[in-house]
Ligand binder design. Structure first.
Ligand SMILES: [Fe+2]
Ligand SMILES: [Fe+2]
Length: 358
């Protein structure tokens, strides 16, 4: 069994270990920690020609795929607070639960709005981390192809920060602060010591989660403005995920068995901790407004027979198949992933083909 992180914030819910932050002062201190010490090995290269053709093709695709978050989006489209923008059940946690509990439609709509503002705010903070980490990669990557691509990804991530923050400010009226669990995990990824670990953290874990979440939102939303934004972001993210696969294939080829084992453990530790929060950070902030007790919600979700299937959906979309393809989930860790409800069944093929070829 591999090691756990955030051990000071663990509590047992039956067999399941949750990560839970309850100390307001500690949470405030985490959010106030703006300076992070990150090691960077800056690497020059004198080889300006292309060494990895697929990567250079992807860079060309990236250039062609640029869009303008201010002028290419029709910002005059509404995002009405009193209309459903996601299915009432099966998409967001709070409205689904409240519906089952018999709450009126208005309350369910408000809960959906709160939860989605929260989710999108966390995605926004994640985009900022992607921007910062990708900037690090332009320094640390060894080949000019990778530097070209990482450089073009920086501007994509800037655009994602721009478009999501504008959507939140203009249409939802709030940006929620970063969740403590997410802040710790993002700091960990940003502070990963080598370019190989940075590439794993950024391109496989981050981007894999982003593709899964954005694709799910795009498929489920009925609001044209939100769908347009999320689809555009998701197209960029699938290029990033392709960069992840191409660069990680090389990383895996060049790594020692010890380095690979370290990466496998790192990936598991990050995903395990993320999953262990079970939305408690969100529920602590928003649950009580709608009469939902965070502990009760998590306990009853964990007790549902279909929980492993539902819980693993977002992970099984991209991040788990990609880790498996890269041989970063092996027999050593596979059962651990299954035990925590992140890996289910045998669907190791990514749902969408990565656009690696130009
Ligand atoms: Fe992004
Ligand atoms: Fe990205």
């Amino acid at each position: 069994m591999t090691g756990k992180i955030l051990t000071d914030h663990r509590r047992g819910f039956g067999d399941f270990d949750v990560v839970d932050f309850v100390d307001e002062q500690e949470i405030a201190a985490l959010r106030a920690k703006l300076d992070v010490d990150v090691p960077i090995d800056l690497h020059w290269t004198w080889e300006y020609g292309s060494e990895i053709e697929e990567l250079r093709n992807l860079y060309e695709r990236g250039k062609r795929g640029q869009w303008n978050a201010e002028t290419d989006i029709d910002w005059s489209q509404p995002f009405p607070r009193d209309e459903w923008f996601m299915p009432r059940e099966g998409a967001l946690l709070m409205p689904s639960l409240l519906t089952v509990m018999g709450a009126d439609e208005d309350t369910c709509k408000q809960a959906a709005f709160s939860e989605f503002t929260h989710l999108l705010s966390q995605l926004l903070h994640g985009e900022q981390a992607a921007l910062q980490l990708c900037g690090q990669l332009t320094n640390a990557c060894p080949t000019m192809d990778a530097k070209f691509y990482a450089g073009s990804q920086v501007i994509d991530e800037v655009r994602h920060v721009e478009v999501i923050s504008k959507f939140l400010q203009r249409k939802m009226g709030a940006i929620h602060p970063i969740d403590p669990t997410l802040k710790i995990l993002l700091d960990m990824l940003l502070a990963a010591p080598t370019w190989k670990m940075k590439t794993l953290g950024m391109q496989t874990l981050f981007e894999g989660m982003a593709v899964g979440i954005f694709d799910t939102i795009a498929k489920m939303t009925s609001n044209p403005l939100l769908r347009d934004i999320v689809r555009r972001v998701q197209l960029d993210e699938s290029r990033h995920a392709a960069f992840g696969i191409l660069s990680m294939r090389q990383v895996v080829r060049e790594s020692t068995p010890e380095e690979l084992a370290e990466m496998e453990d790192f990936a598991f530790a990050v995903l395990e901790a993320l999953n262990a929060n079970q939305q408690l950070d969100m529920l602590r902030l928003h649950g009580p407004k709608y009469g939902l007790d965070p502990d009760n919600v998590v306990q009853s979700t964990l007790a549902m027979p279909e929980w492993p299937v539902l819980n693993s959906e977002i992970y099984m979309h991209t991040v788990i198949p990609n880790l498996k393809r890269l041989n970063l989930i092996t027999e050593r860790t596979e059962d651990d992933y299954r035990r925590i409800g992140v890996l289910y069944g045998d669907r190791f093929e990514a749902k969408q083909e990565l656009p690696v070829a130009s």
